[in-house]
Write a protein that binds this ligand. Structure first.
Ligand code: 6PG
Length: 241
């Protein structure tokens, strides 16, 4: 596991964008394509805008990139809460990504059907090969969740390689998430966490004794892949010096 700590969030974004380009180029050179699972929420918006900016847009052969989602809110794709919508607006549309390169999580069916469908979509894409994404981007909630692996939810113990529905009792809403085993099969996983409100969660996940019920992001331990945390100093401020 590698920690990359920078004083300003913009530096974090620039270094993660450089890493994204590096992993993408390596994957395309080695296997003719780059598969990435995008994270949602607000933190990655600036990363996606940076990747679509003139500073980065020409550094990747985007026609060989295939986009998946680490999780999705169970809302229409037109909803302001949709991770798909956010990625469309900040990255996919500006880069003119073709629809056949994007595998969104269906949120019209029932949550269980949507999760099963997404599992099939992923299996169909990888065919006889093992389901091994080249890069998984993840964020961290202030309650130590990542993707939609939330504290005290059954999905934390799901050993399947696929997608699962998650019901959040407190908000009375559903999410769809990739399971920890699928995320951990990735060739590379990169957390992007910045801002002082994440400092306690970063400290808990990285330094507290293992407790996945309380700190689900501790589930993310790639089997063979790389694990990187890209943090700004404020998010890393509670880590031991
Ligand atoms: C989501 C994300 C989720 C996110 C964290 C951090 O759908 O919300 O996948 O895991 O990464 O909640 O969210 P912020 O970046 O908005 O703080």
């Amino acid at each position: 596991m590698q920690l990359h700590i920078f004083s300003l969030a913009d530096e974090v974004l620039g270094h993660l964008a450089d890493y994204f380009v590096q992993v993408a180029r390596q994957a395309i050179a080695a296997r003719g394509k780059f598969t990435v699972a995008l994270s949602g929420g607000s933190s990655p918006k600036k990363l996606y805008e940076l990747l679509a900016s003139p500073a980065y847009r020409d550094q990747v052969n985007w026609q060989q990139v295939f986009f998946f989602f680490g999780d999705e809110r169970y809302v229409p794709h037109t909803d302001a809460e949709s991770n798909y919508r956010m990625a469309r607006l900040t990255l996919l549309d500006p880069l003119l990504i073709a629809p056949e390169q994007v595998f969104a999580i269906d949120t019209i069916l029932s949550p269980a059907e949507a999760a099963a469908n997404y599992t099939q979509t992923i299996e169909r894409f990888f065919g006889d090969e093992s389901v091994q994404l080249d890069l998984v981007l993840l964020g961290l909630g202030d309650n130590s969740h990542t993707a939609s692996l939330f504290p005290h939810t059954p999905v934390l113990h799901d050993t399947s390689v696929g997608a699962r529905e998650v019901f959040l009792e407190d908000k009375q809403v559903y999410r769809i998430t990739l399971t920890a085993p699928l995320l951990n099969q990735a060739r590379a996983v990169a957390f992007l966490v910045y801002g002082p409100d994440k400092a306690a969660a970063v400290q808990r996940v990285l330094t507290e004794a293992p407790n996945i019920e309380e700190f689900p992001a501790q589930l993310i331990v790639p089997t063979t892949g790389e694990l990187h945390w890209f943090l700004d100093e404020s998010a890393a401020s509670k880590l031991p010096k």
